[in-house]
Design a protein around this ligand. Structure first.
Ligand code: NCD
Length: 319
């Protein structure tokens, strides 16, 4: 496994299997009353978010804390970015604290890759513009495997605003790597040219949605739209909204959140037992623990004794 996690392309199938397995072992820690292991004691994790986030930032915070790291969380709003400090200066300033990892989100595609060149820390891409969001893809794999019992051979339809979605890119790659068949579907104006090259089929209607084992809906990303990509949200919903009529009884439903209720999903399916949306949020913590572990403590080798997640945090550790 590489030093940084910038793209799903940084991960082999074996890397993904190992991270999912590690997340399973951390799920056991999350079930305890004291949800902490000493793995990253004395090491520093910096969460640096230049763009809005609820789930990703809070789950990375919890993940770092449950691994006993020292955590600094910075939102661009309220930091010295407001005073005009450049990204590079900002990264070099924060690197002075000798962080082991920088978790970074930015509205600009490729920004996490730049950060990786400016700091000796491991950089985890927590979303860079329309480019990628690899830990979202990992937690989706984890959630789906738990519910469906397997990934190999599943038929996954990713529906909605593919053009502006970093989640779509990372998930097409990740589902494909784990042996799923991926179809993307949305209005032609919201499908990036050449997306097939990531390893998916393209549809512009939901006519064959019944083929899907899993329907993965994407949020309409208004904040990234400069023009008008659909005639109206009503029109969009009429053709592409996943609702009780379109979602078959045996199909699973996923969405990375936040959901625009009544746009890409109807209220009835969000709250149905087929929806994995809350499970996805819950999985974020253990999967991000596993990613931090992988990059900072584990690598592909066996866990060091003191890092063994099965040992309780209260146990005395060798100096
Ligand atoms: C996604 C994101 O920010 O890329 N949300 C998330 O991380 N759970 C998807 C989105 O904003 O639509």
């Amino acid at each position: 496994m590489k030093r940084h996690l910038l793209s799903v392309d940084d991960l082999s199938r074996e890397d993904i299997e190992r991270i999912l397995g590690r997340a399973e072992s951390f799920a056991e820690v999350s079930g305890r009353e004291i949800k902490k292991v000493p793995t990253l004691r004395g090491r520093t994790v910096i969460n640096l978010f230049y763009e809005a986030s609820t789930r990703t930032s809070s789950s990375f915070e919890l993940a770092a804390k449950r691994l006993s790291a020292d955590l600094v969380s910075i939102k661009a709003q309220g930091s010295s970015v407001d005073k005009g400090e450049s990204l590079k200066d900002n990264i070099q300033t924060l690197s002075a604290y000798d962080p082991a990892a920088v978790v970074f989100r930015s509205p600009h595609a490729g920004a996490a890759g730049l950060v990786a060149r400016w700091t000796p820390a491991s950089v985890i891409n927590a979303g860079d513009g329309k480019h990628e969001h690899p830990t979202q893809a990992l937690l989706d794999l984890y959630t789906l495997r738990r519910r469906a019992g397997r990934l190999e051979g599943l038929n996954v339809w990713i529906v909605g605003d593919l053009l502006h979605s970093r989640v779509a890119r990372s998930n097409i790659l990740a589902f494909g790597r784990m042996g799923c068949r991926v179809t993307v579907c949305g209005p032609p104006t919201l499908i990036p040219r050449g997306i097939e090259s990531l390893g998916c089929e393209v549809r512009i209607t939901l006519d064959d949605l019944a083929q899907a084992d899993v329907v993965y809906a994407l949020r309409m990303q208004h904040e990234r739209m400069t023009g008008s990509f659909v005639p109206s949200l009503r029109e969009y919903a009429a053709q592409y909204q996943i609702d009780g009529r379109r979602l078959g009884a045996g199909q699973l439903l996923m969405h990375p959140g936040p959901v625009n209720r009544g746009v890409e999903l109807s209220a009835e399916v969000i709250d149905s037992p087929q929806a994995l949306i809350t499970d996805q949020v819950e999985s974020g913590v253990v999967v991000r623990m596993a990613v931090l572990y992988e990059l900072l403590a584990g690598g592909s080798g066996p866990p060091r004794r003191a890092d063994d997640p099965s040992r309780p945090a209260s146990e005395p550790q060798p100096a």
